[in-house]
Design a protein around this ligand. Structure first.
Ligand SMILES: Cc1ncc(COP(=O)(O)O)c(C=O)c1O
Length: 394
């Protein structure tokens, strides 16, 4: 029986997997068991920030593994503390709680916001259309897309989903019972959409007026991916709570809730916890990632992103009937099409290039942040060929 048949036999069939059985992955490339080499512009869905099998990450994991792998959060561990020091320095936040995933970070952030608001009767949590925050009930309760939620209700009380970038709707809905707004300043799964300046300004105005908290979900767009460590930096704002995950673990499961010093005493001993969160091996990998980001990888992504953006815009000019808009920065881009984007994932895969489709008509690019001009050239050849074929066929 093939490996694919064996997967079909035993897994709950929740994933639409690409028809590739992987042997190994290195740098910008994934090598299949049949010998095919694929250029990776998906990067483990924004996880492999430094590419695959980065030697510094392997070295850090190896070193930590030989000391110990897991102790529990009953102990003081240098691997955790050194990672959190780096994370606070990179983000400008003072406090952190370590998790295993993005969903877990968001679930904790919602709990932290409600605990903070509890004494003042604030329990309302508001999310925005197109947002993606994970698969827990907390996350799903503030997301709108039916395909993530169908048949799974009821969801959390005192939650709402408002239209993204609609400042008037936000003003109408927020009041003194609102505990927090949870927002992706750059929506990832939603199709690579930025929050508007007006919307961001309104959120922070309402924060002052009602004493609510703003939670920035930086799980996909954060970790340096836009060229800033956190995607909201370009707006000159500072949310009260920030969630990060994906890239900061360099391929191991690691996330964090970041909070300002003013929230340091909201939770006391035992009010929140996790067995694996802050696992020492994951933290060692995370420190290696943050060192590389600070050492030039973030700057590299910002600069290389300019080259990719110029290339994608040229492609948009070349195929005006097919390409509606190019959005993004650094190592996170969306190519919005006038047709469904799914078939282009298959067409690119046939050319040995891995891209992704999101929000039905957006080709999403999340390359490792180490990508170079030569990889952009390879990508462009593939995209141009696929777009030409599609234009001829149409
Ligand atoms: C913005 C955002 N938030 C939360 C999540 C959930 O993270 P995880 O899959 O690590 O639980 C994701 C995952 O894609 C995400 O993109």
């Amino acid at each position: 029986m093939s490996l694919i048949d064996r997967e079909h036999e035993h897994f709950l069939q929740t994933y639409k997997r690409l028809p590739v059985v992987v042997d190994r992955a290195e740098g910008m490339y994934v090598h299949a068991a049949d010998g095919t080499r694929y250029l990776d512009f998906l990067g483990g869905i924004a996880v492999n920030a430094l590419g695959h099998s980065h030697p510094k990450i392997i070295e850090a994991i190896d070193r930590q593994m030989r000391r110990y792998m897991h102790l529990s959060n009953y102990f003081y561990q240098d691997a955790q503390i050194e990672f959190v020091e780096r994370l606070c320095a990179a983000s400008g936040y003072e406090r952190a709680f370590l998790t295993n995933s993005g969903t877990e970070a968001n679930e904790g952030a919602i709990k932290l916001a409600r605990t903070h608001g509890h004494a003042n009767g604030k329990a309302g949590i508001i999310g925005f259309s197109g947002g993606f925050h994970g698969r827990s009930y907390g996350a799903l309760s503030i997301m709108d897309k039916p395909r993530y939620k169908d048949g799974m209700g009821p969801f959390l009380p005192d939650t709402a989903v408002l239209p993204f970038n609609d400042a008037a709707a936000l003003r109408d809905a927020v009041n003194e019972t609102t505990a927090a707004l949870v927002v992706e300043f750059l929506q990832g799964e939603g199709g690579i959409y930025w929050a508007s300046e007006e919307f961001v300004a309104t959120m922070f105005e309402l924060r002052e007026k009602f004493g609510l908290l703003i939670v920035g979900d930086e799980i996909q767009a954060g970790g340096g991916r836009t060229g800033d460590f956190l995607s909201f930096e370009r707006f000159g704002v500072r949310p009260d709570i920030v969630t990060v995950a994906k890239g900061i673990g360099g391929g191991l499961p690691l996330g964090a809730i970041l909070a300002t010093e003013s929230l340091a005493t909201v939770w006391g001993s035992g009010q929140h916890g996790t067995t694996f969160g802050g696992n020492a091996v994951a933290c060692a990998a995370g420190s290696a990632v943050l060192d590389e980001l600070a050492g030039g990888v973030m700057k590299h992504a910002r600069e290389t992103g300019e080259i990719l953006l110029a290339g994608l815009n040229a492609l948009a000019t070349e195929f005006p009937e097919l390409v509606r808009e190019i959005r993004g920065a650094g190592a996170i881009f969306g190519i919005e099409l006038s047709v469904p984007s799914g078939p282009f994932v298959d067409a690119m895969l046939a050319r040995h290039i891995i891209v992704n489709s999101t929000n039905d008509n957006v080709i999403r690019l999340l390359p490792p942040m180490i990508y170079e001009r030569e990889h952009i050239d390879e990508l462009m050849i593939g995209l141009r060929a696929c777009f030409s074929e599609a234009t001829v066929t149409a």
